[in-house]
Design a protein around this ligand. Structure first.
Ligand SMILES: Nc1ncnc2c1ncn2[C@@H]1O[C@H](COP(=O)(O)OP(=O)(O)OP(=O)(O)O)[C@@H](O)[C@H]1O
Ligand SMILES: [Mg+2]
Length: 249
């Protein structure tokens, strides 16, 4: 699905957390959103997901205006940092949640939900863990359950806000490669917020750099490094560790 963010502004009181942001994400694209703390990354994702309504601008999914469409009608998959699974539900019940809560007119039959959950468990390499509770899983396994839960509704766009923030570097590296493969195989359109520049540059087709509520530049890792549009972009990427620059991406 193609996503168009067209001059979107979201204010909290008088404070513009997102200021006239325009961005087009192509069908099947994996876009990383980078920027300092407080620059508006989460707010922008919340606007796309329908958790916040912008004061100005328009959002389009495949050219269709979605600006005022309620979140549950957008078919957006969300995974947040430190994403809390429902502790009193099993892994399988967590994954099925987004389907189970649908009104009966749009809810798939129980056996179809079961089939989807089983397929997702297999894809997440969690086949035998459907009956476990979140407390019985490792951090990386929990993150994969959170992803499976987001994918169960067959989202048109996947929004990830620091999905691996709580994990150690090694687990993170394994999971991110796995996520990119999943994105390609399922033909998802994905926006992922990360603080980790190396992760963004290694994983995404394009990277958008945010600063003070605005997008300073969008481009491939190479474009951003070779032709930074603003001093901010140049300085921000200069801080990236040199081993990431040598990765050939
Ligand atoms: N509900 C809210 N009410 C008031 N101000 C808010 C609210 N949510 C966010 N803000 C402010 O909007 C700005 C952008 O916040 P946002 O959470 O989008 O930043 P971020 O880029 O995701 O930062 P981080 O990397 O720390 O997660 C911040 O200055 C924040 O304090
Ligand atoms: Mg945030």
């Amino acid at each position: 699905m193609a996503l168009e963010i067209d001059r979107v502004t979201k204010r909290f009181g008088a404070f513009p957390a997102v200021q006239s942001v325009s961005l087009i994400v192509a069908p099947g694209e994996f876009l990383a959103l980078l920027g300092p703390s407080g620059s508006g990354k989460t707010t922008l994702l919340r606007v796309v997901g329908g958790l916040d309504v912008p004061e100005e601008g328009q959002l389009r999914f495949d050219a269709q205006d979605m600006t005022l469409t309620p979140a549950r009608e957008r078919r957006v998959g969300f995974v947040f940092q430190n994403y809390a699974l429902f502790r009193h539900m099993t892994v399988a019940q967590n994954i099925a949640f987004g389907l189970d809560v649908r009104p009966s007119s749009t809810r798939p039959p129980a056996r179809e939900i079961k089939r989807r959950v089983q397929a997702l468990l297999a894809r997440m390499q969690l086949e035998d863990m459907g009956a476990r509770y979140p407390s019985q899983l490792s951090g990386g396994q929990r993150q994969r359950v959170a992803l499976a839960r987001a994918l169960a509704i067959e989202p048109r766009i996947l929004l990830l806000d620091e999905p691996f923030g709580a994990l150690d570097a090694k687990v993170r590296k394994g999971l991110r490669q796995w996520l990119r493969t999943l994105h390609d195989e399922m033909k998802l359109t994905t926006i992922m917020v990360t603080h980790d520049q190396e992760e963004a540059l290694a994983l995404a087709d394009r990277v958008a750099i945010m600063n003070a509520g605005r997008i300073e530049q969008v481009g491939t890792a190479r474009e951003l490094r070779e032709t930074p549009a603003t001093p901010f972009v140049r300085d921000f990427l200069d801080d990236t560790p040199s081993h990431a620059q040598g990765s050939g991406i």
